[in-house]
Design a protein around this ligand. Structure first.
Ligand SMILES: NC(=O)C1=CN([C@@H]2O[C@H](COP(=O)(O)OP(=O)(O)OC[C@H]3O[C@@H](n4cnc5c(N)ncnc54)[C@H](OP(=O)(O)O)[C@@H]3O)[C@@H](O)[C@H]2O)[C@@H](O)CC1
Ligand SMILES: Nc1ncnc2c1ncn2[C@@H]1O[C@H](COP(=O)(O)OP(=O)(O)O)[C@@H](O)[C@H]1O
Length: 466
């Protein structure tokens, strides 16, 4: 599988690691120079990666200190490189640390962290960053203490803000308790060619930035895409406002709202063109339909009109309930433009006839195949699966999103990305990513409502694209 020398792979790993750390330091502190980084270094190659990455950061003017858990067995080449670049070793965690690099143990670890390692990690994590906050914690390859193969956390383990992993995604970063410990996962390609194509993929910021449609010199409001929003009702006017908020944070050049909450939408969003029905809405490049729509005859008629439109469609909430009785599923299967459905577990159960169960990837793939649509299965790790068996897991989810109405914001944004020209899968993955970041940003201000998520969305999109 791999004919490259181990040293080359380690250098590639360290380069990717240092790049991500520099980006995190710049995002938070405005610059890399003179920031303080602490390396927690175990005796294996995981510690070697941390030392070489530390050397690269030291060469950029970062004050890098290494705390060696077993000084006699620390990676000799890595330690020499660090020292040559101006880094040094310390016996205990300094009081002020901006970023901690967890190189205690990677894929060579078994069981929870040993007591000495655990106490070093917890002492380091309680240091303070130079802005008074807590240090950024970056795990090398796998958060120490997480089983890389299963995601089990049998004892003490690191909780990372970001895990930079090498070559392939380890299951332990995506599932089980390990997924939460890993934080945002970045995959660095170190040139290993896997024997089989990856089954699961995790989007990182670079993916989203590369996909997100951006207005150019020749763009106008129509060429950027017009998104149609068929959500809400006089009873559920809030759903209309939330999905319009989501749609307005996307790349579309115009938002059209069609439905009986038009007055509420117009008051909140003067830029949105409102009508009473889908039929009268005029041309759009994608529709979102369902949140707060109701399930009466009028709602069913609106859904039928949306399904008949030859443009991409995102279906959520009541649209999924209307589809569950099977009568409209033929319309769904007959569609040639992309369709994305965004069920939570109960909606999934209604659509599929069985609950998603433990294997959420297989469940999402099964429903995608059954309905010939892209499925975004919501959860703490949202899964996106397509009928041609492409599967992604969103790494940015946060429990702060478990609040009524946040799904409406998500589906609005997703439709705006469809209108901007993204495929069903990319629109779903990108929307989930940005939505998760907005949830995280909103949570910094206290308990989160869907209005807070909607309010945080535009700046979170800007941060992802920066
Ligand atoms: N594969 C590749 O091609 C590439 C791999 N790369 C990198 O190599 C890493 C794997 O390195 P590895 O094999 O040296 O093992 P590693 O993760 O450092 O662990 C061994 C150390 O951990 C210790 N230890 C074990 N359990 C423990 C516990 N519970 N609690 C505490 N300590 C524990 C164990 O102690 P010992 O049992 O020896 O006393 C030993 O010191 C991989 O994750 C990636 O970062 C990259 O450079 C790119 C190319
Ligand atoms: N425990 C959790 N951790 C992370 N994200 C969650 C969690 N629970 C729910 N979410 C996310 O919150 C959103 C809720 O959507 P949904 O259930 O449709 O809410 P609503 O219908 O009230 O808008 C989804 O994006 C889902 O992935």
């Amino acid at each position: 599988m791999d004919t490259l020398p181990a040293g080359t792979l380690m250098q590639r790993a360290a380069a990717g690691l240092a790049r991500r750390c520099a980006q995190l330091l710049t995002d938070r502190f405005g610059a890399v120079y003179a920031r303080r980084v602490l390396l927690l270094v175990g005796a294996g190659d995981n510690g070697g990666d941390a030392l070489y990455a530390g050397a690269r950061l030291a060469a950029r003017g970062v004050a890098v200190r290494a705390l060696l858990l077993d000084p006699d067995r620390a990676h000799a080449g890595g330690l020499a490189a660090l020292r040559a670049a101006g880094g040094s070793t310390v016996a205990a965690a300094p009081g002020v640390v901006d970023l901690i690099l967890d190189g205690v143990v990677g894929i060579g670890g078994k069981g929870g962290l040993r007591p000495t390692a655990a106490s070093v990690v917890s002492a380091a994590a309680s240091s303070t960053a130079s802005d008074g906050g807590r240090p950024i914690l970056v795990a090398v390859d796998v958060p120490s203490g997480v089983d890389p193969d299963t995601g089990e956390v049998p004892g003490e383990a690191v909780t990372a803000d970001v895990t930079v992993t090498f070559g392939c995604l380890k299951p332990g970063l995506l599932v089980g308790a390990g997924a939460t410990r890993a934080g945002l996962v970045d995959l660095v390609d170190i040139g290993l060619s896997p024997a089989v194509p990856p089954v699961l993929r995790v989007a990182d910021r670079e993916d989203i930035r590369g996909w997100w449609p951006v207005a150019g010199r020749e763009s106008d409001k129509y060429t950027r895409g017009v998104v149609g929003v068929a959500t809400g009702s006089s009873t559920y006017s809030g759903a209309a406002v939330l999905s319009v908020a989501g749609a307005s944070a996307g790349p579309a050049g115009m938002v059209r709202y069609a439905g009986s909450a038009a007055d509420y939408v117009r008051q909140r969003y003067p830029s949105v063109i409102v009508t009473e029905s889908v039929e009268r809405a005029g041309r759009v490049q994608a529709w979102v339909c369902g949140s707060g729509l109701g399930t009466d005859e009028r709602a069913a008629g609106e859904l039928r009109t949306v399904l008949a439109a030859p443009v991409p469609v995102c279906l959520d909430a009541d649209a999924l309930s209307l589809l569950a009785d099977g009568r409209m599923q033929d319309l769904l299967r007959e569609r040639s433009a992309p369709t994305v459905v965004t069920p939570h577990d109960r909606e999934f159960t209604r659509l599929a006839g069985f609950p998603p169960g433990g294997d959420r990837v297989a469940s999402a793939l099964g429903l995608a195949n059954q309905l010939n649509v892209t499925v975004l299965l919501k959860g703490d790790r949202t899964v996106v699966a397509s009928p041609d068996r492409e599967v992604w897991v969103n790494p940015t989810g946060t429990a702060a999103l478990a609040s009524g109405g946040t799904g409406d914001v998500l589906s609005g944004l997703l439709a705006a990305l469809l209108a901007g020209g993204l495929s069903g899968v990319r629109a779903a993955v990108a929307a989930a990513y940005a939505h998760g970041m907005a949830g995280r940003a909103a949570a910094e201000g206290g308990p989160v409502t869907s209005t807070d998520v909607a309010a945080a969305l535009r700046s979170s999109v800007a941060a992802v694209l920066a």
